[in-house]
Structure formats: structure tokens, C-alpha cells
Design a protein around this ligand. Structure first.
Ligand SMILES: *Cc1c(COP(=O)(O)O)cnc(C)c1O
Length: 334
């Protein structure tokens, strides 16, 4: 069936290591309470690994077509997206500029994790508070205009790389999965009951809904919100989906979308003590490392879910650099 799949009609760069493996961690099934297969998108690259590089293959192709000299994006201080964008920009000879949200109660700024990599890359960093971050799109547009006034071409990428163009990266990941399942007859399932992943800005979910449906990976995508709520993400993901469908000559069939918003923990970037214990247990029993902002909360949600799908494809979306900035949460042994 893959041969007949409609492909998006738009330029794309080759930045990611692919295909990422689909792996079993048998000890994980007992921890989570169902059959889990892992799409290792934490292994899409080296320091640039994670889900954002798949979106950047499309977004940075757009930046190149615009002959951009500067790439502007935004995120939290420990944003994986901002770091991956900074790496891709340097790789392609562009200057990265990042608007980074700092929490008021964060204490002294620590140059570690993603922020260490941003700094090493010489990205221009503008730290803003939560209120200013609410105006991020206007701030980035103003910055781009200032470059234009000075005769420089700047390209703006929205939070998380989550627009229709970026979401195509997850349509791709599902098409890649289909090819893996077809090639490994007998060793991998032919399909799953659900695809599950952490959801922060909606682009991964939108692309997965399109790709999982069109490529018959699963009939349902479960997006585990790490911020905001279900109503917000349903509207956001629907809008990205409509945008993404515009890149196809005929819109591919969608999988069903289920947004879970009961597993965010205390706040964005703040795990509960149960989530920290789950991440620690998973590391010790299986060797699988999850981060406390995204992948740890997503797999924890599956472990807690009352009506678990029988066979799940969990997309490990990365986040290791963020984990390495969280020593304070993990130094106390439990
Ligand atoms: C950004 C990110 C996500 C969420 O993806 P969205 O497309 O923004 O919803 C999940 N996991 C990790 C590690 C991320 O960096």
C-alpha cells in the first residue's frame, strides 16, 4: 500500500538519521501494563536528536528557499526545539536567534542542558518572561522586520516547529514506520492499536494523525498533553491538521485523536513525585531513559490509563539534554 501513498508536495532536506529503530523493551510491558513498541525518535540524530529534527527537515527547506540568513524561533529555556533549530541553522550556514521563556521563580540562570548547547552554538539569546512569551509571535515578527530593514533575510519558525509544514515531519515518521513494518514481516506487528506520544505544541500529534491514518499504523493517536488542556490541544491540532492537509493533492485519511490532559503533573516542566519514581524505575529495570518534561510524562500516562490499548507504538520523542539539566530532581535517591 505504501507505493500508492500521496506524498506532500513540498521541499524537504535530509537532516535526520533514519529510519529510527522500532524496539521492544520486554521488561517495560510489566511496568506499563500493556504491550509497548518504541519508535526511537530520541535517536534521530546526535546532539540534534528528538522529534524536532523531522519537522526541521521541512521548515529549514523553507528557510533555504527563502534564502534566509537568520532563523528565529522560541521556546522554554530548556527547549529541545530551540536547540535543534540552532544546530540545524548552523549546519546550513544560518544565524540562529532564540527567544527563551524564563520562569520568574527559576533562580539563577544555569548554562546547562539545552541552554549549554545553544550557547556553544553562539545562538543569539533573548530571555523573556511568561507575559512577554504570550506575545512571542509578535516579538519574532518584529525581530524579522528589524533584519529586513537592515537588508537581511530572516525566517521565523513558530513554537515547537508546529505549523502545517513542520507537522509533515510526523506524516513522514508514520510513512517510515509503514515501510519498516512491511519489510519486517513477522518480526514487527502489521499495525498497532494506538500511537502514543508527549504533546507540547501539537505538531507531532497533527502529523501522526495524518500519517497513522494514511499509512494504517493505528486507528488512534493518543497525545499526552504536558501543558494546557484538552480543549486547547483539540483546537490547536485541528488547525495544524488543516494547514498540513494543504500540502497534499488530496487530504489523506486521518486517524482518531485522543488528547489526555490528566498527566501533566504540577506544571509544564515540573514532574510529580510519582512521575519521577516512574522515570527512575524505568531506567533501572529496562535501561530506557525518559525525560521529566515530555517522554516520562507520556509513558507514565500510559501506565496509569484505565482503558489501555492492547498494543501501543510509543514515539520516544527525545529530551535527553533537558534531562541533563534536571540533576536537582534526581539526586535524591528514592
Ligand atoms: C517538543 C517535544 C515534544 C512535543 O512535541 P510537539 O510537536 O511540540 O507537541 C515531545 N517530546 C519532546 C522531547 C519534545 O522536545
Amino acid at each position: 500500500m505504501s507505493a500508492s501513498l500521496a506524498k506532500p508536495r513540498v521541499a524537504k532536506l535530509a537532516l535526520a538519521h533514519r529510519p529510527t529503530p522500532i524496539e521492544r523493551y520486554p521488561a517495560l510491558d510489566a511496568l506499563v501494563g500493556t504491550e509497548v513498541w518504541i519508535k526511537r525518535d530520541d535517536a534521530t540524530g546526535g546532539a540534534d536528536a528528538g522529534n524536532k529534527i523531522r519537522k526541521l527537515e521541512y521548515l529549514m527547506a523553507g528557510a533555504q528557499q527563502a534564502r534566509a540568513q537568520v532563523v528565529i524561533t522560541c521556546g522554554a529555556v530548556q527547549s529541545n526545539h530551540a536547540r535543534a533549530t540552532a544546530i540545524a541553522a548552523r549546519r546550513l550556514g544560518m544565524q540562529p536567534e532564540l527567544f527563551l521563556r524564563e520562569e520568574a521563580d527559576a533562580g539563577p540562570r544555569r548554562v546547562e542542558g539545552n541552554l549549554l548547547l545553544d550557547t556553544l552554538l553562539g545562538a543569539e539569546l533573548t530571555f523573556i518572561d511568561r507575559a512577554a512569551y504570550g506575545r512571542r509571535d509578535a516579538l519574532m515578527a518584529e525581530r524579522a522586520q528589524r533584519h529586513a530593514d537592515a537588508g537581511r533575510r530572516a525566517f521565523v519558525i513558530p513554537e515547537g516547529g508546529s505549523n502545517g509544514l513542520g507537522a509533515l515531519g510526523y506524516w513522514d515518521a508514520m510513512a517510515e514506520t509503514r515501510a519498516q513494518l512491511d519489510a519486517a514481516a513477522g518480526e514487527l506487528p502489521d499495525r498497532f492499536d494506538a500511537v502514543l506520544h508527549a504533546c507540547g505544541s501539537g505538531g507531532t500529534a497533527a502529523g501522526a494523525v495524518l500519517g497513522a491514518g494514511a499509512c494504517e499504523i493505528a486507528s488512534e493517536v493518543i497525545a499526552v498533553a504536558v501543558c494546557d488542556d484538552r480543549a486547547y490541544f483539540e483546537a490547536r491540532i485541528t488547525s495544524i491538521l488543516t494547514d498540513a492537509e494543504g500540502y497534499f493533492s488530496a487530504p489523506p485519511p486521518r486517524a482518531a485523536l485522543r488528547v489526555l490532559d490528566a498527566y501533566k503533573g504540577p506544571a509544564y516542566g515540573v514532574p510529580s513525585s510519582e512521575q519521577i519514581s516512574f522515570i527512575r524505575e524505568t531506567a533501572r529495570r529496562t535501561g530506557l531513559l525518559l525525560d521529566p518534561v515530555y517522554s516520562g510524562k507520556a509513558l507514565f500516562a500510559l501506565a496509569q490509563l484505565p482503558d489501555k490499548p492492547a498494543r501501543v507504538l510509543f514515539i520516544h520523542t527525545g529530551g535527553l539534554p533537558g534531562l541533563l539539566a534536571e540533576h536537582a530532581r534526581f539526586t535524591h535517591d528514592a
